[in-house]
Design a binder for this molecule. Structure first.
Ligand SMILES: [Zn+2]
Ligand SMILES: [Zn+2]
Ligand SMILES: [Zn+2]
Length: 270
């Protein structure tokens, strides 16, 4: 399986939309891996995760061929993960020819935004525990703990390989972790974890996202549960500028824990 992170920022992007903080100024000045667009990923060039608002810029910057996409899975109905306008661009009026109907899978609350474009889409509501097949992959739907109540995250499998895309969710997603413990027969190959807070502590009682501390504990938990092992790659992703650490600093911070830092365009082969 080939996984490519298209965007690796939290909702506001980095540099953030309306911000001149030092972290944003430094990122703009240094460029490269410090420039982070809104979060999304693509698996084997054909399975798109989320319709993030920066998908078009990512196509240009990363040289993506979005015509290869055969299916879309959507995690939740926050604007940084679901921009229904992209569904409008399946309209044949823009191309003078019909595009194949695009299957989109996601929780029920994403469907309202997509319904105006249902002619061009095949909409599939998925709920906690549902397993389904896309054109090339087998997908398991897991419940996130997030401010979007119906938020899901996904285990994606193909040819005996597996990828867990844990965005957006907090650390206390015990129901999902229990389901993984029951269902995963062979340790997961790659885990991408929500890391919105980076080095910052979470506000007291806050459960919607994770930071470095929670990512380190999540890795320990998945290893302890036997759903991951020594071969599993762990990646932190979905960063807010409020964390203030630039890419290289984050890499240095997490290296001792065996956790990689995602950047826009990063590719992993598993
Ligand atoms: Zn998000
Ligand atoms: Zn900033
Ligand atoms: Zn969210």
């Amino acid at each position: 399986m080939k996984i490519q992170w298209l965007g690796t920022a939290a909702a506001e992007g980095w540099p953030a939309v309306f911000c001149r903080c030092e972290a944003c100024r430094k990122a703009a000045e240094l460029g490269g891996k410090n420039i982070r667009t809104r979060a999304g990923a693509i698996v084997d060039d054909v399975l798109l995760i989320d319709l993030n608002p920066d998908l078009y810029a990512q196509k240009l910057n990363l040289g993506l061929d979005l015509c290869l996409i055969q299916d879309v899975i959507v995690t939740h109905n926050h604007g940084d993960h679901l921009t229904p306008l992209y569904a409008e661009f399946r309209n044949p009026a823009y191309y003078g020819k019909k595009l194949p109907v695009l299957p989109v899978f996601g929780p029920s609350d994403i469907m309202d935004g997509l319904l105006p474009y249902k002619e061009y889409l095949e909409l599939h509501i998925v709920d906690t525990g549902d397993e389904f097949d896309t054109t090339m992959h087998h997908v398991t739907t897991l419940p996130a703990v997030h401010s979007a109540k119906l938020g899901k995250f996904y285990l994606i499998e193909r040819d005996g390989r597996s990828f867990l895309y844990m965005h957006d969710t907090g650390f206390t997603c015990n129901e999902a972790l229990e389901m993984l413990r029951e269902r995963v027969k062979r340790p997961i190959d790659l885990v991408s974890m929500d890391c919105t807070y980076g080095p910052n502590p979470l506000p007291p009682g806050y459960t919607s996202h994770m930071g470095f501390v929670e990512n380190i504990r999540m890795k320990e938990r998945l290893l302890r549960d036997g759903v991951a092992d020594g071969h599993t790659r762990f990646v932190s992703n979905h960063f807010s500028h409020n964390g203030h650490m630039l890419h290289e600093e984050m890499c240095r911070y997490m290296a001792p824990y065996g956790i990689e830092i995602a950047f826009d365009g990063m590719i992993a082969e598993i």
